[in-house]
Design a protein around this ligand. Structure first.
Ligand code: TYM
Length: 335
């Protein structure tokens, strides 16, 4: 709780233009969650991004684009605190403290660490390993009650809860223990080329993912090339991962139920199905893209959001940090 309201935190890495998976699994839910009910914090988690090597100019550009996409997708920066993680130093300070309350064995079990170290075998750095402690710091600094994410982040959330409970057991009720919030559909959007694999912006095959800023004709082309199966039946089943994924995407962007979608697609062939899904995605993303390009022409406005929201985030984050520093026994500041 913060100022008598429930608190909500989430974030995304700025390692590339985000995908339809990021959008349906997270961003779209953020927009639907009510900023009247929750005190909302949405961070561009640039500190997390450097666990993998980044080109500095590219990272800066991507981080800004991501922040603008948050706004373009419908998050009002007057009502939601939208900011860069690196602008609030309390994140790294709390992360250090939480490192000291997290066990190597726990971090070793994280599937994201295993996946990323397999992928970046030449750069298995300590930041990659302690990544979940920084993520726990993000969430706990804002006393978040809920954390809306896609299913792949659930394990990190469980670890965050364990760390919070461990800390509270030693020092009293310092942290709110957060709950994970998963949307109804789209919690795991799959690759369009290998539908048993998660859609990921780092996929080398550009046809495997839809990027939020892909042009309408590119989106249509990628859906046309989507891998399905050869039996021609439109059904929502685990043994038909390509078709199931297309239906999930359709339901995600149109807010329909699987039953409604199946009814609409009854008797159609795969070609038409792909076209319908592609059109629905274009209809959803086009207004976001237009708003994004408008915003990118409005430097002063975006700069103002960046400055004001970093101050707001810093205010709440430092409140928690000071409390934690006192609890663990750091000397009081002399004023
Ligand atoms: P990241 O940047 O990989 O992904 C951002 C959000 O998108 C969701 N997501 C998906 N959802 C459905 N289908 C997919 N194919 C898909 N791919 C990604 C993710 O679940 C996530 O919600 N560690 C986090 C960022 C982070 C964070 C936090 C999140 C840092 N601190 C604190 C919440 C709270 C990450 O790498 O997400």
């Amino acid at each position: 709780m913060l100022d008598g309201k429930k608190s909500l935190f989430s974030g995304m890495q700025a390692t590339g233009t985000i995908t339809l998976g990021n959008y349906l699994g997270a961003l779209k839910n953020w927009v639907e969650l009510d900023s009247e009910e929750y005190q909302c914090f949405y961070s561009v988690v640039d500190l997390h991004s450097i666990t993998v090597r980044q080109d500095p100019a590219e990272l800066r550009k991507r981080a800004r684009n991501l922040l603008m996409l948050y706004i373009a997708a419908g998050l009002d920066p007057e009502k939601n605190c939208i900011y860069y993680q690196s602008h609030v130093s309390a994140h790294t300070e709390l992360a250090w403290i939480l490192n000291c309350f997290t066990y190597m064995g726990e971090l070793n079990r994280m599937t994201q660490f295993k996946d990323k170290s397999a992928k970046h075998a030449d750069n298995i750095n300590a930041g990659l390993f302690t990544y979940p402690c920084l993520m726990a710091a993000d969430i706990l600094l804002y006393q978040a009650d809920v954390v809306p994410v896609g299913i792949d982040q659930k394990q990190h959330l469980e670890l965050t809860r364990d760390i919070a409970e461990r800390f509270n057991n030693i020092y009293g009720e310092v942290f709110t223990v957060p709950e994970v919030y998963l949307g109804k559909v789209g919690t795991k959007v799959m690759s369009l080329q290998e539908p048993t694999k998660k859609m990921s912006k780092s996929d080398e095959n550009a046809n495997a993912h839809i990027l939020l800023l892909d042009e309408p004709d590119v989106i249509m082309r990628k859906f046309k090339k989507a891998v399905t199966d050869s039996d021609g039946e439109i059904a929502y089943r685990e043994d038909k991962p390509g078709i199931k994924n297309l239906i999930d995407i359709y339901c995600g962007v149109t807010n329909s139920t699987v039953e409604q979608a199946l009814k609409e697609f009854e008797g159609l062939g795969y070609g038409v199905l792909k076209e319908r899904v592609g059109e629905a995605v274009v209809a959803e993303l086009k207004p976001i893209q237009d708003k994004f390009y408008d915003l990118s022409k409005n430097k002063d406005y975006v700069d103002k959001v960046i400055k004001e929201n970093a101050e707001k985030a810093g205010y709440y984050a430092n409140k928690t940090l000071r409390k934690v520093q006192k609890k663990v026994g750091f000397p009081e500041r002399v004023r």
